[in-house]
Design a protein around this ligand. Structure first.
Ligand SMILES: Cc1cc2nc3c(=O)[nH]c(=O)nc-3n(C[C@H](O)[C@H](O)[C@H](O)COP(=O)(O)OP(=O)(O)OC[C@H]3O[C@@H](n4cnc5c(N)ncnc54)[C@H](O)[C@@H]3O)c2cc1C
Length: 511
């Protein structure tokens, strides 16, 4: 089934325990700042009904019913490309959050790991994941992925933590009908607008950590689940929010610290419990899927950033300056690289885990995430440089709306003839918003810290190939056995006449 926006909004009034700015939230739909993210997330229920986007977001299940495509398991490069197209379309449309993204990535990772465990351990997790998937499809539920544990001392494994054993989510009781879990997940996006939380480990485990090797799903209103929303980026909303913080007011506050205070989870919703050897597979699979989402999220952001810098240059009358054009060209290049790397990751997928499941190519997808994270601050610097100081000292909506002072703002903060001062102020407010603390940190840490990408890149690079290339170039034996470099033709094969020995000695550097 594909729910309507009204059905989706009704479902959020479910008695969940949500806190924001020290107050208990009565209803997320009517909260002054939380409602911004709910409105944006509701686009996930607008797009599938729209004739132009239906072919992307809606597919058929085995029974021939309409279901959300993002809830299906990607099996081919084409599925990954379509998933990417859904993400990019939704991010360009909403500009911030996509309700199904983290959850869909966690669900896909559950499928990969369940396949591997069933094959190697004879478990029946695959069937459970599929039953859960059918439930999500039948009810068209909004899902998010709760992966990141609070972690305590990062140098210690979950079971070695000194202050208390709950820095990583763990099972504290195994009962006939299910398990009881305790711990907390942090920075969990889209929590206020989700119906279900898909929980999974964020690291690998040793045998002593087996109680932490845990994957399951619970509704957001399950007894014992407490969601503590982060501080809103801006405390303005409505027209004022759209003017002052045009990007973040639509998506804030999305993250929550989620406490699991002895939450009961029935067995049919448990997808890993104690199989510590497979946490790695789960964490790696989630990371690969989620970095594909991350690159799609960034496409919309990078396009808006590059465009904002270009508009600011135009409004200030400096768009023809040589140094401005070089900066804009660099921004356009980074935007294009991230777009193309994400596509490349889908076109050459990884299929080694479990049969019949396709994951984004690990090198390409980690290169994509690392490219945007490591260049984001330079993008901000260029935007701020091009926009000038007004991108921080820009007046607010309330200043602009006040008839006593608007004429002065209008007269003195105008720039190029033909550009309205209001448009100039709006692009400055956009740059102020986009270069703020929230996006900078989201870019570094969202979808995993940069060291995590370097770990994947180091682990996935084809070192045999790279070293064979160097051996061949340096004439060191060993490359001849390599399947690519060993097969290449060589100029040594060209039958040349003997070198004329009557020349003088060849200079050292030319040898
Ligand atoms: C805006 C935002 C949204 C997010 N959304 C979600 C979400 O929806 N779901 C979700 O599950 N997570 C989410 N995250 C969490 C994100 O994946 C983490 O922030 C990221 O993995 C880093 O973890 P951390 O914040 O605990 O930082 P840390 O792990 O404390 O990292 C800080 C630094 O320490 C390094 N480090 C950490 N441990 C070690 C170690 N053992 N050895 C060496 N170096 C180490 C890291 O590489 C990094 O350089 C989100 C984060 C942000 C900022």
């Amino acid at each position: 089934m594909i729910r309507t926006v009204a059905q989706y909004l009704d479902s959020l009034n479910d008695g969940r325990e949500m806190w924001c700015m020290g107050e208990k939230v009565k209803d997320v739909r009517t909260h002054p700042t939380l409602s911004g993210i709910i409105r944006t997330a509701a686009l996930d229920y607008v797009l599938p009904h729209h004739p132009e986007y239906r072919h992307l977001f809606v597919t058929r299940n085995a029974a021939g019913e309409d279901v959300n495509f993002l809830l299906t398991a990607p099996r081919t490069a084409e599925d990954l490309l379509r998933r990417r197209e859904c993400f990019i379309t939704a991010m360009r449309t909403g500009g911030g959050v996509l309700l199904h993204c983290m959850g869909a990535d966690a669900l896909a990772a559950f499928t990969v790991t369940a396949n591997v465990m069933d094959k190697e351990l004879g478990t029946e997790y695959g069937a459970r994941v599929e039953n859960y998937r059918q439930l999500l499809m039948r009810q068209d539920l909004g899902i998010t992925g709760a992966i990141t544990d609070v972690k305590g001392d990062r140098s210690l494994r979950p079971s070695q933590q000194k202050q208390h054993p709950d820095y990583y989510l763990r099972v504290v009781d195994r009962q006939k009908d299910g398990i009881v879990v305790r711990g907390a997940k942090v920075h969990i996006s889209a929590s206020p607008c989700a119906n279900e939380l898909l929980c999974s480990p964020c690291r690998t485990h040793g045998e002593a950590d087996k109680d932490y090797a845990l994957a399951f799903a619970v509704p957001c209103n399950a007894p014992g689940v407490k969601m503590l929303a982060v501080e809103p980026v801006s405390r303005t909303y409505g027209d004022e929010g759209r003017f002052d913080y045009p990007k973040t007011s639509a998506t804030q506050p999305t993250e929550c610290l989620i406490v699991f205070d002895d939450v009961f989870v029935p067995w049919e919703r448990v997808f890993m419990c104690g199989e510590w050897q497979y946490s790695r597979t789960l964490a790696y699979a989630f990371a690969s899927y989620h970095r594909l989402f991350g690159t799609c999220k960034m496409v919309g952001k990078l396009e808006a950033m590059t465009g904002a810098a270009a508009l600011a240059a135009e409004y200030n009358g400096v768009e023809h300056a040589d140094h401005i054009r070089k900066k804009l060209a660099w921004m356009a290049m980074i935007t294009h690289m991230v777009f193309e790397l994400g596509k490349a990751a889908c076109l050459d997928p990884v299929t080694e885990f479990g049969h019949d499941v396709a994951m984004p190519n690990r090198m390409s997808i980690n290169a994509a995430k690392f490219t945007f994270a490591s260049n984001f601050h330079q993008m901000c610097q260029h935007m701020q440089d091009i926009a000038g100081g007004l991108c921080t000292t820009v007046p607010t909506y309330r200043d602009w709306q006040n008839p006593d002072i608007q004429p002065y703002i209008d007269k003195y903060l105008g720039a190029k003839a033909g550009v309205s001062t209001e448009d100039r102020l709006r692009v400055m407010r956009l740059i102020k918003d986009m270069t703020g603390n929230y996006w900078q940190i989201d870019t570094i840490h969202g979808e995993g810290s940069m060291a995590a990408q370097q770990m994947f890149l180091y682990g996935s690079a084809d070192w045999d190939k790279l070293k064979a290339a160097a051996r061949r170039a340096a004439h060191i034996d060993g490359w001849q056995q390599h399947p690519l470099y060993g097969q290449l033709l060589s100029s040594d094969m060209v039958d040349m006449p003997a070198v004329d020995a009557s020349y003088g000695s060849v200079p050292e550097t030319a040898k």
